[in-house]
Ligand binder design. Structure first.
Ligand SMILES: Cc1cc2nc3c(=O)[nH]c(=O)nc-3n(C[C@H](O)[C@H](O)[C@H](O)COP(=O)(O)OP(=O)(O)OC[C@H]3O[C@@H](n4cnc5c(N)ncnc54)[C@H](O)[C@@H]3O)c2cc1C
Length: 430
């Protein structure tokens, strides 16, 4: 059986770590089985948009040639496709027919397999949960080459272990899920500026008449401005029934080269933060789907701004009870360190099905931070791990490259703290 297998230099979106890997790109499930049976261990990979080492291993099975949308019913909004289909491909098909995702991350060039394996969340977690909430079933190829259809009713354990399981249970071949109806491609957005951490936290916790919410935090402001930022809320507009629905993707600008080392430093980040806040006028405005949901897709290769050394993204979620003080402590710890976060995004999260043990969000608040990779950033990450651990929180494995092993814990203990983590870092061994 022939299909592309080649040696590649590979990394996640954060360009750290970088590994040499054998990458197979099988075009159908027979070829997937052939490669799975040949390898002692491997990891499935979608479009490599996880930040750290989640989709890295010596042997990698790319799903990018599994690109068929096999079923779409415009009457019910149920869609089924192969794992390598990108969310952007689905949007082009379904938006003109009045459908959108219930849950979408802030990027559309990820695969459906990646959405399931990370059990991605969006800015509406309290209302609509994670991707798995709307997932009807998927087909999984396990290490023996068997294909198992998993749903909430059938092979339910495997279903829930795979949602957020980061590829640990096998290769997801296809997925079937429910879309949501929309009547407009326009969103109503509300921007609220906040002068300090109390105001920002209170703003994000309010405005429950808007489905979507996220906030940008100035991670470097201190004193009376500590924790200032802007909260962004949005809801779908109803629209005119006769108006055609078109998903208009903005033509992205490109960062053609890696920026010189040190371009993003505490000084330049402080300047950026001050300008960013000034550019966000408070009040309501109407924006289209692409502008609201996928602003970072507007700059292709923005990860090059961090230079060739790459960066480290750290995203953690704290329970409601510890979130206000815990996140403030994290920001204070960062401010005492030599490292500075460039992007700092706060989200609120709601309850989740009790079976969704591997999904990242817990009821509370998450903060995502991007740090240029410096010599000192690893020590900072370990210090943040301790704070998150002690506050009863967890990290998002799809962002991680260097956290302490114990942070891979799951609440059930069925793999044991830490053990699941090391299994995860090898995966699908027979
Ligand atoms: C700019 C940006 C914004 C983002 N915003 C969000 C956000 O708002 N919310 C959020 O939740 N995430 C967000 N992410 C993270 C991203 O959605 C996830 O990392 C997603 O899993 C990436 O999908 P991918 O296809 O690129 O998968 P990869 O990065 O290739 O893989 C990610 C994980 O999924 C596994 N996997 C992939 N395909 C399969 C398969 N077919 N079978 C089994 N396992 C598989 C891999 O083994 C790996 O563990 C963002 C990422 C970027 C770059």
């Amino acid at each position: 059986m022939t299909y592309p297998v080649e040696q590649q230099t590979l990394s996640g979106w954060a360009n750290y770590p970088v590994v040499q890997a054998e990458v197979a790109t099988p075009p159908d499930r027979e070829a997937v089985r052939d490669y799975v049976l040949k390898q002692e261990r491997l990891i499935a990979r979608g479009n490599g948009k996880s930040y750290g080492d989640a989709a890295l291993a010596p042997h990698v099975l790319s799903t990018l040639a599994l690109r068929q949308i096999t079923h779409f019913d415009p009457a019910t909004g149920i869609i089924e496709c192969e794992a390598g289909v990108l969310l952007s491909d689905i949007l082009q098909l379904v938006v003109p027919q009045g459908w959108f995702f219930y849950v979408t991350p802030g990027i559309k060039s990820i695969t459906v397999g990646g959405a399931v394996a990370s059990d991605v969340h969006g800015k509406n977690h309290p209302e609509h949960g994670c991707f798995s909430n709307h997932l009807i079933s998927f087909e999984l190829m396990t290490a023996s080459g068997a294909v198992i259809r998993c749903s909430k009713e059938s092979n339910a354990d495997l279903f829930w272990q795979s949602c957020g399981g980061m590829g640990w249970t096998g290769v997801i071949l296809s997925a079937r899920f429910q879309l949501r109806p929309i009547r407009s491609t326009q969103m109503q957005q509300l921007t609220v500026r906040a002068a300090n951490w109390e105001q920002l936290f209170a703003a994000l916790s309010g405005h429950s008449d808007y489905e979507y919410a996220a906030a940008w935090v100035d991670g470097l402001s201190s004193g009376q401005h500590f924790g200032r930022g802007a909260a962004f809320f949005a809801r779908h507009l109803e629209g005119e029934e006769s108006a055609p629905l078109v998903f208009q993707e903005k033509k992205p600008r490109n960062v053609p080269f890696y920026a010189p080392a040190g371009l993003l430093n505490p000084w330049s980040i402080r300047l950026h933060n001050a300008l960013y806040l000034r550019k966000k006028p408070p009040g309501e405005q109407t924006v289209d789907l692409d502008t609201y949901f996928y602003p970072l897709d507007g700059v292709r290769n923005w990860n090059r701004l961090y230079g060739r050394r790459g960066f480290v993204q750290y995203q953690f979620c704290l329970p409601e009870e510890t979130a206000f003080d815990g996140i403030a402590q994290v920001l204070q710890t960062i401010q005492k360190s030599p490292d500075a976060p460039f992007l700092t995004v706060l989200k609120r999260h709601g309850a989740r099905p009790p079976e969704a043990k591997y999904s990242f969000p817990i009821r509370g608040y998450s903060l995502a931070l991007d740090f240029p990779r410096t010599r000192t950033v690893f020590a900072l990450v370990r210090a943040l791990d301790e704070l998150v651990w002690n506050a009863g929180g967890k990290i998002y494995l799809t962002k991680d490259a260097c956290s302490d092993g114990k942070m891979g814990r799951v609440e059930t203990g069925d793999f044991g703290e830490g053990k699941w983590w090391s299994a995860l870092r090898g995966r699908i061994g027979k």
